[in-house]
Design a binder for this molecule. Structure first.
Ligand SMILES: Cc1cc2nc3c(=O)[nH]c(=O)nc-3n(C[C@H](O)[C@H](O)[C@H](O)COP(=O)(O)OP(=O)(O)OC[C@H]3O[C@@H](n4cnc5c(N)ncnc54)[C@H](O)[C@@H]3O)c2cc1C
Length: 346
């Protein structure tokens, strides 16, 4: 366990929002996580667990203890058909992929360059280019912080869905993910359904080609948080009734839509925002990215409140034009913990 000398959160959130916490502690083991938790409870502090800070927006200073999860470790076992990899929650997701690549263990390449920590991946069931975390997950280990009990959920028990899991609901407050178990088939199967990946032939494509192409696509489309603060896709792609999707498609034949189930369809949120002519639109220091409308950026010393005001503006414009109500993917953190992002912007 160590204590962070600073109480500034700017370097711990990829939006680069200036906010402070009363105390920042770094958990390097389950024991230190429990000690930090206990100390915060004794101080009557609100508590926030943080990984890489790439999916949060601080709307104001946090009046409590932030615990940075830095529990490390990668353990690889194998069976005849698969690799079983147990990974500490504090490992960096992209670095894990590159480490496994060096061991010639493949299957995560479509998820390359997603920022953040391994322990956060199950929370919103991260996904990109045709793969979601649930496809490679074997189990998730988490701690009930009040008792110190360790609980393991199998992939089926995690209730994974689009940007959703049991860790956003039943096991949200008072629980910390400590490790995840991945299962990667030794017989590697390429997933080539999205974007420039569709150019490859299954018969001769290599994992490295997919990895490089995914990295290139992401680097050309998404702003690098190190250069321009952001938290990736700000809104989820809305899932709308099929009738509404048909109506929009008849007016706008180029509207990107993806089947969800028999009754509903997923629509690209970035396209909806772009149709409202909002690329480049700014409020205070926050702006809609000029290349990718789904990404809100910290253009010039934005405050959390600037980003909330901009998100509310985008929400209202899309609602007026399409009668679709966007839901933020980014988690809003107020002075005492997570606040309802939809309530903030609607
Ligand atoms: C440029 C960019 C691109 C992105 N692209 C994608 C993408 O393609 N697909 C995608 O799905 N996401 C994407 N994201 C979002 C983000 O990378 C993921 O949501 C990632 O999993 C967040 O990890 P993190 O460690 O930064 O989480 P944080 O932001 O630190 O935390 C997210 C939430 O999880 C909680 N939390 C963190 N650690 C723990 C823990 N150990 N136990 C319990 N709760 C915890 C926090 O309290 C918070 O509520 C992108 C973000 C950026 C900035």
């Amino acid at each position: 366990m160590s204590v962070c000398q600073s109480t500034q959160l700017k370097i711990f959130n990829t939006f680069g929002i200036s906010a402070s916490a009363d105390y920042i502690g770094i958990a390097t083991s389950i024991e230190s996580l429990l000690t930090l938790w206990q100390e915060a409870i004794e101080k009557n502090h609100p508590i926030l667990l943080l990984g890489g800070g790439s999916n949060v927006l601080f709307t104001e200073n946090f009046k409590g203890t932030v615990i940075l999860n830095r529990i490390l470790g990668v353990n690889i076992q194998e069976s005849d058909i698969a690799w079983h990899i147990h990974v500490g929650a504090g490992e960096n997701w992209h670095e894990l992929i590159t480490y496994l690549f060096k061991q010639q263990i493949y299957g995560l390449e479509n998820l390359a360059l997603i920022p953040g920590n391994v322990g956060s991946a199950p929370i919103q069931n991260i996904g990109a280019y045709g793969i979601e975390f649930k496809h490679v997950c074997e189990y998730v280990d988490f701690i009930e912080l009040k008792t110190g009990n360790s609980i393991r959920l199998t992939v089926n028990e995690c209730q994974f869905a689009y940007r959703d899991s049991i860790f956003k609901h039943q096991y949200k407050d008072g629980y910390a993910i400590a490790a995840v178990g991945l299962c990667l088939n030794k017989r590697w199967e390429p997933i080539l359904t999205y974007g420039a990946l569709a150019q490859f032939l299954r018969e001769n494509v290599t994992p490295k080609q997919i990895f490089d192409t995914v990295c290139e696509m992401r680097q050309s489309k998404l702003p690098d948080p190190a250069l321009m603060g952001n938290a990736g896709s700000f809104f989820k792609n809305p899932i709308v009734p099929i009738e509404l999707a048909y109506k929009i498609k008849s007016e706008y034949p180029d509207c990107p839509q993806y089947p969800h189930n028999e009754k509903s369809v997923k629509i690209a949120a970035g396209w909806l925002i772009d149709q409202c002519q909002l690329k480049g639109y700014s409020i205070g220091g926050a702006a809609v990215h000029t290349k990718q409308a789904l990404v809100l950026i910290n253009k010039d010393n934005a405050t959390g409140k600037d980003v909330v005001a901009l998100a509310a503006y985008v929400y209202n414009k899309v609602a007026e034009k399409f009668n679709i109500f966007l839901e933020p993917e980014v988690r809003f953190i107020g002075s005492e913990g997570e606040i309802d992002a939809v309530e903030c912007i609607s």
